[in-house]
Design a protein around this ligand. Structure first.
Ligand SMILES: [Zn+2]
Length: 257
């Protein structure tokens, strides 16, 4: 076992998040002696407790963009990681909007109090590379509501891509061509288009380009509830020829390669 992913939630979008139809706590990556929390949305702290994930062991937090289902619990997760800010510890990687805001709609999210509890924090733009321990992290481009939103590639014992939110564009898949695992934020089913968000047809296009060994679908919107995500997952697997998992709240996936 080289890496372990745990989903503290598989819901996304305003309606699923505000009603907690699926949990929205983001996901955890354990690999190469690091433990990273990606996109800690509403309920991350509570879901970590529910699914027995000890956030005091975190070594990093990554926030892809300025939508509430990705960032709201990040401050309290910093407090969990740093033992209530008593221990200067851990890395925050995020995009520019989260740190500096984006006029006129969004003010910066973190207080100096929380940022100063970290060992360091860094703003990433698409193609920027950095490291947390032995893991090399590359930011990827997205086309989404936050114009500075990013996805991530984690390159360590396993290579794992995370698209974050956003619509399909020419070149999206190419960014993840090295990835053995690809996590896709699939907000909508194949018959529903929503500009700047991914649907099942986009997922098939991306998977045909990337050809990962395993695709993991998560971050399901309201139209993916009541068994639709599972049906879409089967269709995506058939159309793309890529083995596909439809993640469940609290599920862990261990890497085999
Ligand atoms: Zn978003």
């Amino acid at each position: 076992m080289t890496a372990k992913l745990t989903f503290l939630g598989t819901g996304g979008g305003r309606f699923v998040t505000s009603r907690q139809i699926h949990a929205t706590g983001g996901w955890i990556l354990k690999m190469d002696n690091e433990m990273l929390h990606i996109d800690p949305g509403p309920g991350a702290l509570v879901r970590a407790k529910q699914y027995k994930v000890d956030l005091s062991k975190l070594t990093g937090i990554l926030v892809s963009h300025c939508h509430p289902d990705h960032y709201t619990d990040a401050k309290v997760v910093i407090e969990a990681m740093t033992q209530g800010t008593t221990k200067k510890k851990g890395v925050l990687l995020t995009n520019e909007t989260i740190i500096n805001g984006l006029e006129p709609e969004f003010v910066s999210f973190f207080s100096k109090y929380h940022l100063s509890a970290l060992e360091k924090y860094k703003i990433l733009k698409p193609k920027d590379k950095t490291n947390i321990g032995k893991i090399e992290i590359t930011a990827t481009k997205t086309i989404h509501g936050d114009p500075k939103g990013i996805g991530f590639i984690f390159k360590g014992s396993s290579t794992i891509g995370y698209t974050s939110d956003g619509e399909y564009f020419n070149g999206l898949g190419k960014q993840f061509s090295d990835c053995d695992y690809l996590i896709l934020n699939l907000l909508r089913p194949r018959n529903s288009e929503w500009p700047k968000h991914m649907n099942s047809r986009d997922a098939v296009k991306i998977l045909k380009e990337v050809k990962p060994k395993l695709a993991i679908l998560q971050h399901f919107g309201f139209l993916m509830m009541n068994g639709i995500a599972e049906k879409e997952g089967k269709w995506i697997e058939k159309e793309s020829g890529i083995k596909t998992i439809v993640a469940k709240d609290g599920q862990s996936v261990c890497s085999l390669f």
